[in-house]
Design a protein. Structure first.
Length: 223
């Protein structure tokens, strides 16, 4: 398990009317990565933004841009997101027909490759692509909207994915319901990378964002 804990604020919970400023604010407040939730209204019941918006806000932060593509199909858009400035691109196992090919394509574009699985998807769906990925994302809510409650049954899955990863240099990310009252259990299950939206952006200003991330790290035992 990676020794360093990564907090990746999801800009889905930010004020979209000043998106660049919000990204810069969480960067200054101590974010490790910037998480980009891309939704298409097809694979998930919501629409967010695409490559032009990513390109427009790329200058707001030099931190790792972590794109989570909740879109189907994903392959036709991989190059556009890479060119827009994404450092890592995660695709869903459920949303691509040829997962191994998609992951190879992401790496060929010079990005870190990630694979995500929904709460009802067994971890066995990714067992044959682990040598293709830099990150595994376990969804702990059903994708599509922020602010949902953590699905506790996913804790066992996180542990099983951690065991599958073994000593490979793969980050284990969790997205959904991450908050000070859940992050301790998630760390104990084996995760090391945390997407947090409302838990970071509540308060609406840089000082609040810093306090919120400090609270997450303290609850995780990494303050």
């Amino acid at each position: 398990m990676a020794a360093d804990l990564v907090i990746a604020p999801s800009i889905l919970s930010s004020d979209f009317s000043r998106l660049g400023e919000e990204i810069a604010a969480v960067d200054r407040a101590g974010a490790d990565w910037i998480h980009l939730d891309v939704m298409d209204g097809h694979f998930v019941p919501n629409i967010t933004f695409g490559p032009p918006v990513v390109a427009a806000v790329r200058a707001a932060s030099k931190k790792f841009f972590d794109a989570h593509l909740m879109i189907e199909p994903a392959d036709p858009y991989l190059e556009a997101f890479a060119k827009a400035g994404c450092d890592g691109i995660t695709v869903h196992a459920e949303a691509t027909r040829h997962l191994d090919r998609s992951l190879q394509a992401i790496r060929a574009l010079g990005c870190k490759a990630g694979v995500a699985i929904n709460p009802a998807t067994p971890e066995t769906a990714i067992q044959y692509v682990l040598d293709r990925v830099d990150l595994v994302l376990v969804m702990t809510v059903n994708p599509g909207f922020g602010g949902q409650s953590f699905i506790r049954s996913t804790l066992d899955k996180i542990g099983r994915v951690r065991a599958m990863i073994g000593d490979r240099p793969i980050r284990l990310q969790v997205d959904g319901g991450v908050a000070p009252d859940t992050i301790g259990e998630i760390v104990a299950a084996g995760a090391d990378t945390f997407v947090a939206g409302s838990a970071v952006y509540k308060g609406g200003n840089e000082a609040a964002y810093r306090a919120n991330m400090d609270a997450l790290r303290k609850a995780a035992g990494r303050s």
